[in-house]
Design a protein around this ligand. Structure first.
Ligand SMILES: CC(C)(COP(=O)(O)OP(=O)(O)OC[C@H]1O[C@@H](n2cnc3c(N)ncnc32)[C@H](O)[C@@H]1OP(=O)(O)O)[C@@H](O)C(=O)NCCC(=O)NCCS
Length: 191
């Protein structure tokens, strides 16, 4: 018998309290989507909880007819002193120069996570989550990092008009090459 894929019933904005209450479910979705080992969820919990406290944090989710979470996306305003900001700044300064770093790393929203349950992927849920998340972001740009290589995530970001900021970039402590992508906001305006 073929399992029926989950269907999105509604997209919702999650408050900090909402996500705290649903954190195990959200992290299980994340670990399944990324194909990480199950223990990764516990490791990531403190980081997700800390991210919620950052300025400009926003989170959206896709729920199915049983109120089960089938997609999640969140981010916050990037700022000097944050680990990711400093890592990206180092790379852009080295590769493209201080002017480019000042341009990209000022007034931006860091798109930190976007994940859709594997059984619900490939039907526009990820795109709808990103459009909702980024629609009312109070920042002039959005930046993200994603592992290099052809993937559904890369197709999605390119479809939404993201451009390369850094390619084949190594973050400290992670041997995998990453791409850093960015674009101006709002999404529906030309870059
Ligand atoms: C990346 C990810 C969030 C994208 O979510 P998604 O729902 O699978 O992707 P999209 O919203 O882009 O779906 C679009 C696909 O659905 C198809 N589609 C079908 N109906 C659609 C509709 N109504 N609207 C848009 N796309 C539709 C598109 O053709 C497209 O197919 P393609 O990816 O084969 O080109 C998801 O695949 C995921 O969780 N991947 C694993 C985790 C991950 O990599 N996260 C990002 C880390 S940086």
């Amino acid at each position: 018998m073929t399992a029926v894929p989950p269907r999105v019933e509604r997209f919702v904005d999650l408050s900090q309290d909402d996500l705290r209450a649903r954190l195990p479910e959200a992290l299980s979705l994340y670990v399944t989507a990324m194909r990480y080992p199950a223990g990764t969820a516990e490791q990531r919990a403190p980081m997700w909880l800390a991210h919620m406290l950052r300025v400009g944090w926003r989170c959206v989710a896709a729920l199915d007819q049983n109120d089960t979470m089938i997609g999640i996306a969140y981010g916050y305003r990037g700022a000097a002193g944050q680990w990711w900001h400093e890592q990206v700044r180092r790379g852009v300064v080295e590769r493209t120069g201080v002017e480019a770093a000042n341009h990209w790393l000022d007034d931006y929203f860091e798109l930190t996570e976007v994940h859709v349950r594997p059984t619900a992927q490939g039907r526009g849920v990820g795109e709808a989550l990103l459009r909702r998340l980024l629609a009312r972001v109070p920042a002039g740009k959005v930046l993200l990092s994603t592992p290099e290589g052809p993937s559904r995530a890369w197709r999605l970001y390119h479809r939404l008009g993201f451009a390369d900021v850094l390619r084949d970039y190594r973050f400290t402590g992670d041997p995998r090459p990453f791409g850093v992508l960015g674009r101006t906001l709002p999404l529906d305006e030309e870059r």
